[in-house]
Design a protein around this ligand. Structure first.
Ligand SMILES: [Ca+2]
Ligand SMILES: [Ca+2]
Ligand SMILES: [Ca+2]
Length: 413
């Protein structure tokens, strides 16, 4: 009998995220009495997965099926409470499929004492050192203009968190999320220090409470300041998801930063094609590259409310960030180590990844969301495929991440 009511009310609450009317409140109270539990309506209601999949270009998103996202979305479709910092080339903040998933700095919204809009009053209302930083900051121009003159940042952002089920464009790995826009590079502004901008952006993300940082970039130059910033993130429990790079090289010997810093809050991501082979252009490493994700001809958002395809580890990285966001949305007592372990160890074992990644696995979002150590899911569901858990642990027990590099190469996308 209880199951019957549960079914009824689960259906009810999936449509009522923020119950407003007295009738709705009464229904919740009745349900709670019948079930003898306290019901907390989700802040972000789950849509039927079939509705998510109605976004017109979703059929071109081959990465959804290959990473188990349609199954994962039955468990979670993400939450606006999860903040993912996208350190990149900016984002088209008016893009039809991104504008509803942007992070909003509440300290820079509403009216000031003079009645002016805090977003545009030219005052640092929250006194964090940045004027009118509503959605993030531009570290190239040191202003709040987040315009993406490259397309890269807008593309990466859509893979993480394009709005799902809005009948527009595509669906991000986390259909609901808050994207914090941190711009470190602009092709129209030559001569800026990418590395220094990156370091400032990481500090901003940490100080503003991002839970995940996506970095679809990097270079061959080791930077103590950059590493120290990521250590600061680590101390705050922040996951740092970084591209393995597109140098065609073995990162075990030719380090690529920030992916190759020896920090346990970094997940280094390489790219695979639809046949699940690592791209020829992608960096790899049996010790230093953690997991593989879709990175070939990935369709996503580009400026002007348009969509386009891009290829590389830059495109693989945001799938992992999006799945981390899904995981954090249901596992609120998260710890970055647990999140990283789930993502890295629950992926599908692939022979083709032998010698290429530390755990020989490709991202599987459904298993990441449903498996915990005992084989019992976070949601209480026992998943069917838990044998892989016996293989927990790295392929090579000596998985120290490399320390030194001498190259002076500029950071590049
Ligand atoms: Ca501010
Ligand atoms: Ca302001
Ligand atoms: Ca959409």
């Amino acid at each position: 009998m209880k199951h019957f009511y549960l079914f009824i009310f689960v259906a009810l609450f999936s449509q009522c995220a923020s119950p407003k009317s007295a009738i709705e409140k009464k229904k919740i109270q009745r349900a709670e009495a019948l079930l003898n539990i306290k019901i907390t309506p989700s802040l972000t209601p789950k849509k039927e997965v079939s509705i998510l999949m109605n976004d017109p270009s979703v059929s071109q998103q081959w990465g959804i099926a290959k990473t188990g996202l349609t199954q994962a979305w039955k468990i979670s479709q993400g939450s606006r409470n999860i903040k993912v910092a996208v350190i990149d080339t900016g984002i088209d903040t008016s893009h039809e499929d991104l504008k509803d998933n942007l992070w909003v700095n509440k300290g820079e919204t509403g009216r000031d004492r003079m009645g002016r809009d805090k977003q545009t009053n030219g005052i640092d209302d929250d006194k964090n050192g940045f004027v009118d930083d509503v959605h993030g900051w531009n570290f190239v121009g040191n202003n709040n203009d987040l315009t993406d003159n490259h397309k890269h940042g807008t593309h990466v952002a859509g893979i993480i968190g394009a709005k799902g089920g809005n009948s527009k464009g595509i669906v991000g790995a986390s259909p609901n999320v808050s994207l914090m826009v941190l711009k470190y590079y602009d092709p129209k502004v030559p001569g800026t220090d990418h590395l220094s901008n990156t370091v400032k952006a990481i500090h901003y993300a940490v100080d503003q409470g991002a839970q995940i940082i996506n970095y679809s970039g990097g270079g061959l130059e080791y930077s103590q300041a950059e590493k120290d910033a990521i250590i600061k993130a680590q101390k705050k429990g922040i996951l740092f998801v970084a591209a393995a790079g597109n140098e065609r090289s073995n990162s075990d010997t030719a380090k690529y930063y920030p992916a190759s810093y020896d920090l346990d809050n970094i997940i280094s991501v390489t790219a695979i094609d639809p046949s699940l082979k690592i791209l020829a252009s992608s960096n790899y490493g049996a010790e230093t590259v953690d997991i593989a994700a879709p990175g070939h001809q990935i369709i996503s958002t580009v400026p002007g409310s348009k969509y386009g395809k891009m290829t590389g580890t830059s495109q693989a990285t945001p799938w992992v960030s999006g799945v981390a966001a899904l995981l954090m949305s249901i596992k609120t007592d998260f710890n970055y180590k647990t999140i990283a372990k789930h993502i890295m160890m629950t992926g599908d074992l692939l022979p083709t990844l032998g010698g290429k990644t530390a755990f020989r696995r490709k991202l599987n979002s459904y298993k990441a969301l449903s498996i915990i150590d005992s084989g019992v899911g976070v949601t209480g569901v026992v998943t069917t495929n838990t044998q892989d858990l016996k293989l927990f642990g790295p392929q090579n027990t000596n998985t120290s991440f490399g320390l030194s590099s001498l190259s002076q190469s500029l950071k590049k996308l």
